[in-house]
Design a protein. Structure first.
Length: 559
């Protein structure tokens, strides 16, 4: 596990404070480095078996499916890989990896594992743009070519920058070596105001190196046994082989994504679901207006669930002024040596790390989701329905209480709804928790009793439905009682803990409750119980989207 504070990595923190961080940006796959980079440069890992795929390890054997730079080339969009060649960008030089961590590209230019690049000769754009670079071991610096292109106004329309190992922030290299490297790139880009005025720099990481993340990533249901989807999930499931077990390709754990540009200033957070294919889709949106520009390798499921990064920007209000950032001059490596692994000693008294207090501005998101649930005791089933009235697809996971089984996965496209039947426990009880994007959460629990109108038994049958007041960013609860006996609902508000709300509802009646969320910027966390059934619970949490920007959840930033 790792948790780096502002004191540990001040440059990264202040870069996020000055621009925009995407906190729901995921690795593309539950894999090591190379497959995640294949997703970033090609849209997948040869999922359909073409060109030597699927590839879920770092075999680097040589592959043949198409890549996105080839799509750019065909559309007339200029592109280049900025890197150091180390001891050579060929097999003898391990495609840029060397034992000297301060030169080369750490083998991280994964285009070089494709045969069309390996076989390219000088004069071919695949060679000239992907197999050339600086030669720091002989002369010059890491950024000489980039600096010259910026000064000459010849920076390509699309560029990728691949750092040497020592600056990659890969354990056990210091994150502040990476800060120095990023700072050098930013100083070059901002040295030419004309270039900076039309530049977006995306800073991210291929995978998370096994560090802990408390957010379980979305994945596609590959069969009805795993869940349901309104969108095609073809090519999102690895069937397994003699080395690796079967399972969904991804998404993987979250990694940071910093969006640095004149249109992303202000310390924003964007919590839309993204992955490495989102970078390709951003380029599609940016340069596809006058060209046919589409990466066919990206699956329908990813296009439905992962955004294209455009919501991380405010293109209507550019701000080209560059903020003051902490100096990174002290982060220059003191030598050119490798050092032993740093093994931190756990503190004697351990505690959960606390997020910094306060809130930050949050970009508007495309989500509007509802979950409806109704027990069917005569059938031993629980009917559940997912409704997506938002502008983007959403992946949700449903966990059954006290179950050792895997959660069920559901994907619902924008404007669609999805129904399923889950099993009640033998005694009629149920408990299901639903997790979705941007903190969306629902818990539906209780006990379904078989009742008949002729039995003469009076019983309350409670339920809760919600509606969003989109114009004002508030929420309304409808407290329903479809039974024939009265019950009292109690609503616990996590943002107003000392004032629970109680409402009595007669049998066959309902009561509306309007909850003002302005004090918490549209965030809600409401737990509903009833006096007639100790097991009944409807727990609703999330954020009401209005189409306008908001603020991050104040509950997470409590001091």
């Amino acid at each position: 596990m790792a948790y780096l504070t502002r004191q540990d990595i001040p440059f990264h923190y202040q870069l996020a404070d000055a621009f925009t961080i995407c906190d729901a940006y995921h690795c593309s796959g539950m894999t090591p480095t190379d497959p995640n980079r294949y997703y970033m440069w090609t849209g997948w890992v040869g999922n359909d078996g073409s060109g030597g795929g699927p590839v879920i390890d770092n075999a680097e054997a040589g592959y043949g499916w198409s890549t996105f730079p080839e799509v750019l080339q065909q559309a007339g969009i200029s592109w280049k890989i900025y890197q150091d060649i180390g001891t050579g960008l060929n097999a003898a030089g391990s495609w840029g990896w060397t034992s000297d961590a301060y030169i080369g590209n750490y083998g991280d230019n994964s285009l070089l594992y494709f045969n069309q690049y390996r076989n390219a000769q000088p004069g071919n754009p695949l060679f000239d743009n992907a197999r050339t670079g600086t030669n720091v071991a002989v002369s010059g610096g890491y950024f000489d070519i980039l600096k010259q292109d910026v000064q000459d106004n010849t920076l390509p329309q699309v560029s990728w920058i691949v750092a040497p190992e020592a600056y990659s922030e890969h354990p056990n290299w210091p994150a502040n070596y990476g800060a120095w490297y990023v700072d050098q790139v930013l100083q070059i880009l901002t040295s030419n105001p004309e270039v900076w005025s039309k530049t977006v720099l995306l800073v991210t990481y291929d995978e998370n190196d096994g560090f802990f993340d408390h957010v379980a990533p979305p994945y596609a249901p590959w069969s009805s046994a795993a869940g349901l989807s309104t969108v095609d999930t073809n090519n999102e499931y690895f069937a397994g082989n003699s080395t690796y077990s079967a399972g969904p390709y991804g998404l993987g754990p979250r990694v940071p994504m910093l969006v640095v540009s004149p249109w992303s200033k202000g310390g924003w957070v964007c919590s839309e679901t993204f992955d490495h294919t989102s970078i390709i889709r951003f380029i599609e949106r940016r340069f596809g207006r006058h060209h046919t520009l589409s990466e066919s390798n990206i699956t329908a499921w990813r296009r439905a669930v992962c955004g294209d990064l455009t919501r991380a920007f405010d293109f209507a209000n550019p701000n080209a002024a560059f903020p003051a950032l902490p100096s990174t001059s002290g982060y220059v490596p003191p030598d050119q040596q490798r050092h032993p692994d740093y093994v931190p000693i756990p503190p004697l008294v351990q505690a959960i790390p606390q997020q910094e207090p306060g809130v930050r501005p949050a970009r508007a998101l495309p989500y509007e989701l509802f979950v409806r649930g109704l027990p069917q005791p005569n059938q031993g089933k629980f009917n559940i329905e997912f409704v997506n009235s938002g502008q983007a697809g959403a992946a949700l996971s449903v966990y059954a209480a006290h179950s050792t089984g895997a959660p069920r996965a559901y994907t619902v496209e924008a404007g669609e709804r999805l129904k399923d039947q889950l099993s009640l426990n033998a005694d009629g009880s149920y408990g299901f928790s639903v997790h979705g994007p941007n903190g969306f959460f629902r818990r539906l629990a209780g006990k379904a009793a078989v009742t008949h109108w002729w039995s003469g038994t009076d019983a309350a049958i409670p339920d809760v439905a919600e509606g969003y007041d989109v114009a004002n960013g508030n929420i309304q609860l409808t407290l329903k009682n479809v039974g024939n006996a009265a019950c009292q609902f109690t609503i616990f508000n996590a943002y107003d803990r000392n004032n629970p709300i109680r409402r009595s509802v007669a049998g066959g009646d309902s009561v509306d409750l309007y909850v003002d969320l302005r004090a918490q910027y549209g965030w809600y966390d409401l737990r509903v119980t009833v006096d007639t059934d100790a097991s009944f619970e409807r727990w609703l949490a999330g954020h009401v989207e209005t189409g306008s920007s908001s603020m991050s959840d104040p509950a997470l930033g409590r001091s």
